[in-house]
Each structure stands twice: as structure tokens, then as C-alpha cells.
Design a protein around this ligand. Sequence first.
Ligand SMILES: [Zn+2]
Ligand SMILES: [Zn+2]
Length: 137
Amino acid sequence: MDHLPNMRLTTQRQIILEELAKVTSHPTANEVYDMVRKRLPRIGLGTVYRNLDLMADSGVILKIEVGGTQKRFDATIYPHYHIRCTACGKVDDIDIPVQLHINSAAAAASCYEILGHHIEFSGICRDCQQKKQSSVN
Ligand SMILES: [Zn+2]
Ligand SMILES: [Zn+2]
């Protein structure tokens, strides 16, 4: 992947980054747009999309593609795992150590130089568990 050297953060990108860093919900581009629009009322959805992609390509933010759903964005860029609720689709961070031994195992089992891996857990979030229980009772 090509990295843009020393990507300059325009005011728009700075605000996108600030808004993204405020939440842990891994918002979609549309959700980021709704947050950013409160501060930049004239910004367009296309501009937000384009900036998010550029920022993800240059490593300023993380783009996560989970479960074939919409792309989501994350201001947390150090390696970490995600869990997706199969009922409501929300995505949370899962705070367990990154399993580096998987990389060595994959390297040993292939002739690839391993750059990394992605693990996405799936489950039912607490809200959805409670909803399920209250609909049963
Ligand atoms: Zn849920
Ligand atoms: Zn995350």
C-alpha cells in the first residue's frame, strides 16, 4: 500500500479526526458525516467519504470492514481486535493481547512474509441480550 508522505491534516481532516476520536462506536462514513456536520455545516458527504479513505490509506485512522457490512472507521490505530453484534451490527473493541504467534504460525505454514492478521469476533451485545430476555418474559 502506498503511504502518503507526511500527510498534511487540513482543517477538515483535523475535525474529522477529532470527532472520530471522541467515540468508540466505530462509526460508518455516514455517522462520521453527521458528527462532522455539526461543526462544518457546509461539508458534503462525498468530501467526508474521500477524506476518510485518504486518512485510512495514510494510516491516520483505521478502516475496518467487518462482516461484509458498511465500512467503519476507528481513530484507534494500534493493532486491536473487534467484536461485532450479529443482532444490531454494532462494533466494539475487544481488549485482549494481539496474538502475534499467529503471524509466526502463518509464516511457517506459507512462504509469505506475514504483515499482520485480522480477527473479528461475533456475538450478541449486552443491549441485545437484554432485549432478547425481555421479549421472552
Ligand atoms: Zn447488539
Ligand atoms: Zn477499534
